[in-house]
Design a protein around this ligand. Structure first.
Ligand code: E4P
Length: 218
């Protein structure tokens, strides 16, 4: 499964990239606005920090003509850029156009399998199914992910199911169990994935024993 970090913060991208396990970065207008820096400058820096990674950058217009202009502009900045498009009617039309041109897309704000079907049929590269925002409403956000993975596999679509709005490692575990292709999450959540109390206590014991014995590697 691919791991993406969900941030516009260059330092966070740099830290996640250093582990060598990062497959891409997702941004959204809120995350970019938080950086206080320019959109193009931020996205290009992210591309540089994650060579070969898929870097999602979102259009902000909501009518087809303007969305297309923005998509063509954004995708011209760098070959790694994946144009992020909201799941609205002109968005799906845009995904069809971009797929015909060979431009990769990430359809965002997807909450149901019927929405995901529209994105898959239009030729979306990634379908971003949000889970945390559904959990916040007292429902199970992973239901739509499971259904969408089944739908993609049943009909043989090429789109990858991207689990978004991930808030904790349990979401990642459930994404793996569902057979999702990608999970995107904040750096803080990615860091939680390293953690296990037995790892910490085990390491403490190893190092104590080593030091008590007065051993050294060199
Ligand atoms: C995905 O691409 C979105 O940027 C993101 O996962 C949204 O997460 P949130 O619901 O925590 O804002």
């Amino acid at each position: 499964m691919k791991l993406f970090v969900d941030t516009g913060d260059i330092e966070e991208v740099r830290q996640a990239a250093e582990w060598g396990i990062l497959d891409g970065v997702t941004t959204n207008p809120t995350l970019i606005a938080k950086t206080g820096k320019g959109f193009r400058e931020t996205v290009l820096k992210i591309c540089e920090l994650v060579p070969g990674g898929a870097i999602s950058a979102e259009v902000v217009a909501t009518n087809y003509d303007d969305m297309l202009k923005e998509a063509l502009e954004i995708s011209s900045w760098h070959e790694q850029i994946v144009v992020k498009v909201p799941l609205i009617e002109p968005g799906i039309k845009l995904v069809t156009t971009l797929a015909d041109k060979g431009i990769r897309t990430n359809v965002t704000l997807v909450f149901s399998v019927s929405q995901a079907l529209m994105a898959a049929k239009a030729g979306a590269t990634y379908i971003s199914n949000f889970v945390g925002r559904v959990d916040d409403l007292g429902a199970d956000g992973m239901d739509a992910v499971r259904d969408t993975v089944d739908m993609i596999n049943t009909y043989g679509f090429d789109s990858e199911v991207l689990v978004a709005s991930v808030r904790h490692p349990m979401h990642v575990l459930e994404a793996i169990r569902a057979g999702a292709h990608v999970a995107t999450m904040p750096l803080s959540t990615m860091r939680m994935m390293f953690k296990h109390p037995m790892t910490d206590s085990g390491l403490t014991r190893f190092l104590d024993d080593w030091n008590k014995a007065g051993l050294s590697i060199f």
